[in-house]
Structure formats: structure tokens, C-alpha cells
Design a protein around this ligand. Structure first.
Ligand SMILES: *[C@@H]1O[C@H](CO)[C@@H](O)[C@H](O)[C@H]1NC(C)=O
Ligand SMILES: *[C@@H]1O[C@H](CO)[C@@H](O)[C@H](O)[C@H]1NC(C)=O
Ligand SMILES: *[C@@H]1O[C@H](CO)[C@@H](O)[C@H](O)[C@H]1NC(C)=O
Ligand SMILES: *[C@@H]1O[C@H](CO)[C@@H](O)[C@H](O)[C@H]1NC(C)=O
Ligand SMILES: *[C@@H]1O[C@H](CO)[C@@H](O)[C@H](O)[C@H]1NC(C)=O
Ligand SMILES: *[C@@H]1O[C@H](CO)[C@@H](O)[C@H](O)[C@H]1NC(C)=O
Ligand SMILES: *[C@@H]1O[C@H](CO)[C@@H](O)[C@H](O)[C@H]1NC(C)=O
Ligand SMILES: *[C@@H]1O[C@H](CO)[C@@H](O)[C@H](O)[C@H]1NC(C)=O
Ligand SMILES: *[C@H]1O[C@@H](CO)[C@H](O)[C@@H](O)[C@@H]1NC(C)=O
Ligand SMILES: *[C@H]1O[C@H](CO)[C@@H](O)[C@H](O)[C@H]1NC(C)=O
Ligand SMILES: [Cu+2]
Length: 559
């Protein structure tokens, strides 16, 4: 918990902090195509009724939906117009779940695949993803910047979707984003013991404990129609239990991979994950609460917290009066099965892959360790090191965090959260860039499934005493980040890099744009003022300055 002095210093760091009530009405989300420009700039907004300066895409939270058709070529220019020095002034944008096959340099991951884009500069991300369709998202991958607002959904629609017969409506109005929201800026929050969110926003609107009756998101449906709702957990930390009063729904997609249809009435969605669910509007015309209960602070629906409204056409424009009924058919991950080409790669059986990795997660003095190494971003991005000739894992920095993997190998990765030490902050959602993986063992379950497990790109590694096991094939050249998607944990070192075929990477990438080569020289010429985020480059520097601001505290759940 924060001391009053701490709170005072927090609030003083917020631009124009004050409580307002909102009167704007909710409008349909903005939609962009695959060839577009994202302008990253600062703006004061009050999505839960509390005004703060934020780091936004095209001035809105969440950022606009990027909507593409399967097979489209993407050309996305990210323009950095950031000015608020209380937050980071550089940026990079990652396209979460997109494989970037041959275009690792466009993955947008600071210090792994590129240097951040400096203030007043821009970078064009050209990539294609011919075989992917489904629900994705984009977010800053520079420090904890996305917690300040740089997050949005990205959907690749499939005109030949094999499950299209199950739904009538699938458009921008059926994308539902779930996010945590903070009243203090992320460069401050990252140094707090409990980086607790103030509110949950659904489609960018919500309420906080003790706050005004700020406007809530409304999802409009017509009785008798079937909707493909695309849920995106663009969270910095909490997971959410998602329910809709009076309704069940059918899961048909997990993280861009179609699943065998599975009927549930609640799903728990972790930071970074997505689900498509088919909702049939088969109830009486009325208003119904949509609920997104976070696992951390304020897990309550009091005063409309953690809530949005499902409104049938013809229902009055009022808040629902429906009551919460405890769910009966909760989503269990092992009940999800990949619909297309099910089955994990390689020889079935634990330990039978070509490369069998065992990662043990520990913690010490506020940092997370994977096999005794905490990830600290290298100054030269891993891809640049590789393209400059470093190939040996002992040459690649950060030392001990980069795993060099041969080409076309089946990898089986076990991530274990031991009981001792008691690693805080779980359950930890683990994301791998550049791939989807088969979850052959889910956290908290000792049985394996090599036949038809769920395939996805973020999976929970669970809590102390649990582990998860995933498999994938190293068929994508380049360094790919593997990390906890709780952004505070990533910042505190919960990450490694899977460098696929370092020796052959240069030969298998598309020509690296010359603008990419300029990112590092430009970034390293910035002055502390031009860097923002209180002008701190490394977190060692930041941590030492921050201890002056915030007294040394016992070991954090979050750094
Ligand atoms: C994408 O670009 C490639 C060449 O780079 C071209 O052959 C293809 O037709 C393009 N696809 C679309 C949908 O425009
Ligand atoms: C960006 O432009 C502003 C206003 O001209 C200037 O103050 C700032 O130093 C510039 N930053 C960089 C990195 O060039
Ligand atoms: C990126 O794609 C756009 C649109 O297809 C094209 O105009 C531009 O030349 C490409 N840029 C690079 C660096 O390849
Ligand atoms: C969310 O649901 C899971 C079961 O799926 C349960 O273990 C967890 O406690 C629930 N979270 C909250 C905040 O109630
Ligand atoms: C545990 O996992 C196995 C294999 O995926 C699955 O068949 C079983 O239903 C799971 N058990 C529970 C209790 O979830
Ligand atoms: C981590 O350190 C502990 C204690 O020094 C040691 O026993 C263990 O083997 C190390 N683990 C790895 C993977 O290096
Ligand atoms: C990385 O660590 C290993 C083992 O501690 C050491 O032998 C090697 O020299 C280090 N490499 C670099 C580049 O520091
Ligand atoms: C990348 O492309 C190669 C060549 O087309 C293909 O064999 C491989 O499966 C692809 N990998 C991914 C992750 O899409
Ligand atoms: C978030 O908001 C700030 C400023 O209003 C409060 O001081 C915090 O107590 C609050 N935090 C939580 C967890 O609600
Ligand atoms: C993290 O690890 C340290 C040292 O191993 C231990 O003392 C501490 O209790 C752990 N933190 C938590 C919150 O469990
Ligand atoms: Cu974590």
C-alpha cells in the first residue's frame, strides 16, 4: 500500500490531475487499414473520470483498430510526436502475435529487434503475414510505455473463415478491449511495490473506486443475431474474469488460432491474450452487465466498476439491473483444442523434443531471474549484434539471456515457478514473439496433451509450485523475445531471447531498411531531456534516483 506522502508525490507528477465527470457519448471505434500512420503523442484524457496526461495513438484510448484482410501487406508508419517529459519520449510499437517471418526487424521490440524511435522521428514497418488471420493487438514495446496508453487492437479478417457459419456480425463494434488504467505515469509506477491499477477500462471507458459515475462502454446487439466478440486483454498486469449476465458464449479462437467451439459462461483472460467468442443475442430485449473482474485491486462491481453494458436494440438507455450469477461452465484451458492441424510438433512425450529447455523462475531484491539471470536490455539490440557478426551465445548480450537455437528444431520449453523462493506476482502470462506454440501442459495440471492441445501465443505459467510446458518449431529466423506479459515484471527482468539460427539470420531476412540502421545512432544521441521518463536511460540509474523519491521497500510484487 502507498503511504500518503507517496501518493502526494505521485499525484504531483500527473499533468492537470483533477476529477472530472464525463459527458461525451461513446462513439464507434476508429478503424484504420493495414497501410496507415500511427501518430504517437501526449494528450490529457479521463477515460474513468480522472484526468491525466497519457501516451496515445492518434489521440485516443485504446488506439484505433487496425483492420486487415488475410493476405494484406502491412505498411505502418509510426510517427513519434511525444512531448510530455514525465513519460518516455521515445517509442517502439510491437504487433503482438504477428510472426514477422523474414521481417524480424519490423517486430518493434526495443533492444531486441531495434532501437527505440526517437522524438520527432518515425519508422515504417513493412511486413506481411500471408497465413495468419484472427485477433491480435499492438502496443509499445519500450520499457513500460504501453501502461501509459499506447495499446490498440489489430484484427486480420478471413473471408474464408471456416467458422463463419457460426456468426452473423464481426466488425469493429464487436471488438472488446479490456485494460487496466493507472492514475500515475508508468515511469513512476514501475518503481512502486504494488503497481496497482486504479480501474478497468472496457473499450476505453470505466470507473474507479470513489470516482464519478463516468460513462461506460455500450455494446449494441439486435435480438436474434449472432456476434463474434473479439476480446483483447491489453493489460499491463491484471487478468480478468469475463462474463455477460444472462448469457453463455462459445469460444472459437485463442490468440489468432481457431479452436474447436467450446461453450462456457466465464473465461479468465491473461495480459496479452485474446479470445473470440460467439454470443447469441437470444435473451429478452434489455440491458445486461458485461463484467471484467480483475484479480488484483478492486475486484468488485460496486458503482459500475469493471463493467460495461450489453444493450439490445429497443432497450432503454439506462444502466442494467441484472444480478451477477456465479458461473457454472468456466473455461478450462485444457478443454480448448486447435481446430486446424491439431497436434504438437515433434515426437510426443515429455522431454522428447530436439531441444528441451527447463526455465526456473526466481526473484531477488525486486528483480526476476530465469535460470539465475535477470534480463537487462542490452544497449545494442540483439538483432543488430547478430547482423554485426555475433553468433555465439557467449558473445550475445545480455550474457546468459540469449539462447541460440538451431533451425527447424522442435523446442519443448518448461517454465517452472518454484515454491522456494516464493516468486511474487503470479499467475505469470508468458508470451513468445514470432510464433504460436502448443500448450502441452497447462499450469496446475500434471497431465500432458500432445494430440490436440490449444495453440496460442500467451500462456499462464501459473503460481508457485506450478509449471507450463509448450512446444514450437524454430522455423522463423531472428531473435524473438520470450517474456512475462505483466509489463512490470518484464521491466524487472522476467525475459529471455530465443535467437533462432543466428549464423543464418542475415541471409534469411528481407533487406533491412536503411532507416532501421539509423535508429540506434539517433537514439544514442538523445539528451536526458529528449529521453523523458525523468531522463533515465537504464533502470539501474532510475532505481537509484527513485529510492530518493520513494523509500526503499521490501521486495515487490512488482518492481
Ligand atoms: C503484397 O506484396 C507482394 C509483393 O511484395 C505482392 O506480390 C502482393 O500481391 C501484395 N499483396 C496484396 C494483397 O497487395
Ligand atoms: C523535437 O522537437 C522539439 C521542438 O522543436 C525539440 O525541443 C526537441 O529537442 C526535438 N527532439 C529531438 C530528439 O530532436
Ligand atoms: C513499404 O511499403 C510501402 C507501401 O507498399 C512502400 O511504398 C515503401 O516503399 C516500402 N518501404 C520500404 C522501406 O520497403
Ligand atoms: C477468476 O476465475 C478463476 C477460475 O477460473 C478463479 O480461480 C479466480 O479466483 C477468479 N478471479 C477472481 C478475481 O475472482
Ligand atoms: C488436465 O489436462 C489434461 C490434458 O490436457 C486434460 O485432459 C484434463 O481434463 C485436465 N484436468 C483438469 C482437472 O483440468
Ligand atoms: C542457479 O544457481 C544455483 C545456486 O547457485 C545453482 O544451484 C543452479 O544450478 C543454477 N542454475 C542454473 C540453471 O544455472
Ligand atoms: C558470458 O559469460 C560467460 C560465462 O560466465 C563468460 O565465459 C563469457 O566471457 C561472457 N561473455 C561476455 C561477452 O561477457
Ligand atoms: C516462415 O516461412 C517459412 C518459409 O516459407 C516457413 O517454412 C515457416 O514455417 C514460416 N514460419 C512461421 C513461424 O510462419
Ligand atoms: C489510484 O489513484 C490515486 C490518485 O487518485 C490514488 O491515490 C490511489 O490510491 C489509487 N490507487 C488505487 C489502487 O485505487
Ligand atoms: C523473493 O525472493 C527473496 C529472496 O530470495 C525472498 O526473500 C522474498 O521473500 C521473495 N519475495 C516474495 C514476495 O516472495
Ligand atoms: Cu510475471
Amino acid at each position: 500500500m502507498l503511504t500518503p506522502i507517496l501518493i502526494a508525490s505521485l499525484v504531483s507528477l500527473i499533468n492537470a490531475a483533477s476529477i472530472v465527470s464525463r459527458s461525451q457519448s461513446y462513439s464507434q471505434p476508429a478503424v484504420l487499414g493495414p497501410q496507415t500512420t500511427l501518430t504517437i503523442a501526449n494528450k490529457v484524457i479521463a477515460p474513468d473520470g480522472f484526468e491525466r496526461s497519457a501516451t496515445l495513438v492518434n489521440g485516443i484510448f485504446p488506439g484505433p483498430l487496425i483492420a486487415a484482410q488475410k493476405g494484406d501487406n502491412f505498411s505502418i508508419q509510426v510517427v513519434n510526436e511525444l512531448t510530455d517529459e514525465s513519460m518516455f519520449l521515445s517509442t517502439s510499437v510491437h504487433w503482438h502475435g504477428i510472426f514477422q517471418n523474414g521481417t524480424n526487424y519490423a517486430d518493434g521490440t526495443s533492444f531486441v529487434t531495434q532501437c527505440p524511435i526517437a522524438q520527432n522521428h518515425s519508422f515504417v514497418h513493412n511486413f506481411s503475414s500471408p497465413n495468419q488471420a484472427g485477433t491480435y493487438w499492438y502496443h509499445s514495446h519500450y520499457s513500460v510505455q504501453y501502461c501509459d496508453g499506447l495499446r490498440g487492437a489489430l484484427v486480420i479478417y478471413d473471408p474464408d473463415d471456416p467458422l463463419a457459419y457460426m456468426y452473423d456480425v464481426d466488425d469493429a463494434s464487436t471488438v472488446i478491449t479490456l485494460s487496466d488504467w493507472y492514475h500515475a505515469v508508468a515511469p513512476v509506477m514501475r518503481h512502486l511495490v504494488d503497481a496497482d491499477a486504479n480501474s478497468t477500462l472496457i473499450n476505453g471507458l470505466g470507473r474507479y473506486a470513489g470516482g464519478p459515475a463516468s460513462e461506460l462502454a455500450v455494446i449494441n446487439v439486435e435480438q436474434g443475431k449472432r456476434y463474434r466478440m473479439r476480446l483483447v486483454a491489453m493489460s499491463c498486469d491484471p487478468n480478468f474474469n469475463f462474463t455477460i449476465d444472462g448469457h453463455i458464449f462459445t469460444v472459437i479462437e485463442a490468440d489468432g488460432q481457431l479452436t474447436e467451439p467450446l461453450v462456457v459462461d466465464q473465461l479468465q483472460i491473461f495480459a496479452g491474450q485474446r479470445y473470440s467468442v460467439v454470443l447469441v443475442a437470444d435473451q429478452p430485449v434489455d440491458n445486461y452487465w458485461i463484467r471484467s473482474l480483475p484479480n488484483l485491486v478492486n475486484p468488485s462491481f460496486e458503482g459500475g466498476q469493471n463493467s460495461a453494458i450489453l444493450r439490445y436494440q429497443g432497450a432503454p438507455q439506462v444502466d442494467p439491473t441484472t444480478a451477477y450469477v456465479p458461473p457454472q461452465d468456466i473455461l478450462v484451458e485444457t478443454n480448448l483444442h486447435a481446430l486446424i492441424n491439431p497436434g504438437a510438433p515433434g515426437i510426443p512425450g515429455y522431454g522428447n523434443a530436439d531441444i528441451n529447455l527447463h526455465f526456473k523462475v526466481t526473484n531477488d531484491t525486486g528483480l526476476f531471474y530465469i535460470n539465475n539471470v535477470t534480463f537487462s536490455p542490452p544497449s545494442i539490440p540483439v538483432l543488430l549484434q547478430i547482423l554485426s557478426g555475433a553468433q555465439d551465445p557467449f558473445q550475445l548480450l545480455p550474457n546468459g539471456s540469449v539462447y541460440a537455437l538451431g533451425h527447424n528444431k522442435v523446442v519443448e520449453l518448461t517454465m517452472e515457478i518454484p515454491v522456494v523462493p516464493n516468486v511474487p506476482g503470479g499467475p505469470h502470462p508468458i508470451h513468445l514473439h514470432g510464433h504460436a506454440f502448443d500448450v502441452v501442459q497447462s499450469a496446475g495440471n500434471s497431465t500432458f496433451n500432445y494430440v490436440n492441445p490449444v495453440r496460442r501465443d500467451v500462456v499462464s505459467a501459473g503460481n508457485p509450485g506450478q509449471q507450463m510446458v509448450i512446444r514450437w518449431t524454430t522455423d522463423n529466423y531472428g531473435p524473438w523475445f520470450l517474456h512475462c506479459h505483466i509489463d512490470w515484471h518484464l521491466d524487472a527482468g522476467f525475459a529471455v531471447v530465443m535467437a533462432e539460427s543466428p549464423l543464418d539470420t542475415a541471409a534469411h531476412l528481407n533487406p533491412v531498411p536503411k532507416e532501421w540502421d539509423q535508429l540506434c545512432p539517433t537514439f544514442y544521441s538523445l539528451t536526458p531531456t529528449q529521453l523523458g521518463g525523468e531522463g533515465r536511460l537504464s533502470w539501474e540509474e532510475a532505481a537509484s534516483i527513485t529510492t530518493l523519491l520513494f523509500p526503499e521497500t521490501p521486495l515487490p510484487g512488482h518492481k
